[in-house]
Write a protein that binds this ligand. Structure first.
Ligand SMILES: NC(=O)c1ccc[n+]([C@@H]2O[C@H](COP(=O)([O-])OP(=O)(O)OC[C@H]3O[C@@H](n4cnc5c(N)ncnc54)[C@H](OP(=O)(O)O)[C@@H]3O)[C@@H](O)[C@H]2O)c1
Length: 422
C-alpha cells in the first residue's frame, strides 16, 4: 500500500461490482486500479479506467493490494489461487466457491500471510461473519439457523398473503427481479446450503462437507399446506440450520436446509419477503437474531466495502493482519445423516374416506414409536378421497419413513407432503 492508498482490482462489474464502485467513489484513499469482466463492450452504470477480459491480469498486477471477487461461480477459483500466491488479500461475495473450496483457499492464504474476507457471502447486507468472529468470539454455540435466501422467502410470503400457487409467485418474483430467470439454485435450496455451510464452519470451528448436508427446496410446498399450517398456528419458511446434536450417543453436527413449519410465536416466522435473518444460540450470549436485507446492489456492496475498509485500516499496521478473521481449524465435522435426525413432522395424507382410516394411521404411528400431537381430517375431495393432516411429536426420521412406507403399502394411501416442524 503506497502513500496510504489502497489499490484494488475488481473481478466482476455486475449488480454487486457496480455497487462497490459507486460506494467506493467517495474514498480518495482507495484506488480501483483495474476491473475484469466477461464482456468488455457491455454498457455499465460505472466507469473504471482499465477494463480487461482477463482476470489473471489483476491477479498478477504488482500494483494491486486487494482483489475484490464479485464475479460468482467456481471457475474463478484458479484466479484467486494465483492472486493469493502473489500475496494479494481477497474480498469476496462468492458463497458457492467458499462452501466448495474455502478450506483449500484458507490454507493457501495462511501460507501466504494474506486475509480472505467474505462478509457479503452470507445474508448480503447483514453483518454476521465479522460479529461471529469478533464480538461473539467468547461464545460456545449450539445452534445457528436462518432464512438465508430472499427469493424463496419472497415466494413463500406471497403464497401465504395472496393464496397463490408456487408457480404464480415464482413468476411474480422473476418479474420483480427477486428471482433469476433460472431460479434452480434458490428454489432447490442450494444457495441456502452454501450459506449454512459457511456459517456452520465459523460457528462450530469445523470444516463442513457440503455433500453431506441434507437439502430440500420449496417446489413441493402448496398454497394448501400454507393455509393448513396457518390454521394450526404456523408459517412455512425455508430454514437453513446447523446444530450440535447427539444421535446414537455420538456428538454430531446436524446441518440441513428444508422447508419448516415455524410457530407464529417465534420471531423468525415474522421475516417476510426478501428479508434474511440469522439466529444464534450460544453461551454466554444466549439467543441473538440478526435481520436485514440479504441481497441487492447496495446492501451487498455495504458488506464488500466494509471488508475493503477493514483491510485498508489493517494493512501495514502489523505483521499478521486480522488474526481473528483467519481460519484456525482443519478438522472436518462429524455430520449427521438426515435419517438419524429427530424432528416433529407435519404429514399430509390422502386416503380413502372410509371408517377406520384414521385408526390405521394411529396404529402405524404406534408401531414405529411415533406420538401424535394433532390429527385432523380436512373434508373429502371430489374424487372421494380424504385429506388427513398429522403433526407428530419428536420422532426419528427413519421411523417416520418406515411409518410412511407402511401407510403407502395399501395402494390407496399417499403421503402428499412431509414437512419438518421447527
Ligand atoms: N446480487 C446480489 O444481491 C448478491 C448478494 C450476495 C452475494 N452475491 C454474490 O456476488 C457475486 C456477484 O453477483 P452479481 O449479482 O453481481 O452477479 P452478476 O450481476 O451476474 O455479475 C457478475 C459479473 O462478473 C463478471 N464475470 C463473470 N465471470 C467472469 C470471469 N470469468 N472473468 C471476469 N469477469 C467475469 C460479469 O461480466 P459481464 O458483466 O461482462 O457479463 C459480471 O460483470 C456472486 O458470487 C453472488 O453470489 C450477490
Amino acid at each position: 500500500m503506497e502513500n496510504n492508498k489502497l489499490k484494488i482490482g475488481i473481478i466482476g462489474l455486475g449488480t454487486v461490482g457496480q455497487g462497490v464502485v459507486k460506494v467506493l467513489s467517495k474514498y480518495d484513499d482507495i484506488e480501483i486500479v483495474s476491473a475484469a469482466v466477461k464482456n468488455i463492450n457491455k454498457q455499465r452504470e460505472v466507469t473504471v479506467q482499465n477494463l480487461t477480459q482477463d482476470p489473471y491480469e489483476l491477479a498478477r498486477n504488482a500494483d494491486i493490494d486487494v482483489i475484490v471477487e464479485v464475479a460468482g461461480g467456481c471457475e474463478i477459483l484458479d484466479v484467486l489461487v494465483e492472486a493469493v500466491k502473489n500475496k494479494k488479500h481477497i474480498v469476496m461475495a462468492n458463497k458457492e466457491l467458499l462452501a466448495r473450496h474455502g478450506a483449500m483457499l484458507f490454507d493457501l492464504a495462511k501460507e501466504n500471510g494474506v486475509s480472505i474476507l467474505y462478509e457479503a457471502a452470507v445474508a448480503g447486507g447483514i453483518p454476521i461473519i465479522m460479529p461471529i468472529k469478533t464480538s461473539l468470539k467468547a461464545n460456545s454455540f449450539n445452534f445457528v439457523a436462518g432464512i438465508l435466501n430472499g427469493t424463496t422467502n419472497y415466494i413463500l410470503t406471497k403464497m401465504e398473503e395472496e393464496n397463490l400457487s408456487y408457480e404464480e409467485c415464482l413468476k411474480k418474483a422473476q418479474e420483480l427481479g427477486y428471482a433469476e430467470a433460472d431460479p434452480w439454485s434458490d428454489v432447490e435450496g442450494y444457495d441456502a446450503m452454501y450459506k449454512i455451510a459457511i456459517l456452520a464452519n465459523i460457528v462450530f470451528n469445523k470444516r463442513i462437507d457440503i455433500n453431506k448436508i441434507y437439502r430440500e427446496g420449496i417446489t413441493k410446498i402448496t398454497a394448501f399446506d400454507i393455509q393448513i399450517a396457518d390454521e394450526l398456528g404456523y408459517k412455512i419458511k425455508l430454514i437453513a440450520q446447523a446444530k450440535k446434536a447427539q444421535y446414537d450417543n455420538k456428538e454430531m453436527l446436524d446441518i440441513r436446509v428444508h422447508p419448516m413449519l415455524v410457530q407464529k410465536s417465534k420471531a423468525i416466522s415474522e421475516i417476510k419477503n426478501a428479508t434474511n435473518a440469522v439466529m444464534l444460540d450460544g453461551f454466554p450470549v444466549d439467543k441473538v437474531m440478526f435481520v436485514g436485507p440479504g441481497a441487492g446492489q447496495f446492501p451487498t456492496s455495504s458488506s464488500v466495502a466494509g471488508d475493503i475498509l477493514t483491510l485498508k485500516a489493517e494493512i501495514n499496521r502489523r505483521e499478521e493482519i486480522l488474526p481473528l478473521m483467519a481460519c484456525h481449524h482443519s478438522v472436518y465435522a462429524e455430520q449427521a445423516d438426515i435419517e438419524d435426525t429427530i424432528n416433529c413432522y407435519y404429514i399430509r395424507i390422502s386416503t380413502r374416506n372410509n371408517p377406520g382410516e384414521i385408526g390405521k394411521i394411529g396404529t402405524a404411528c404406534g408401531e414405529f414409536g411415533i406420538n401424535l400431537s394433532c390429527i385432523i381430517q380436512k373434508g373429502t375431495n371430489q374424487d372421494g378421497s380424504a385429506t388427513i393432516i398429522v403433526i407428530t411429536e419428536n420422532s426419528i426420521e427413519k421411523n417416520i419413513n418406515k411409518m410412511i412406507n407402511k401407510l403407502e403399502s395399501d395402494n390407496y394411501t399417499k403421503i402428499v407432503n412431509k414437512i419438518r416442524v421447527m
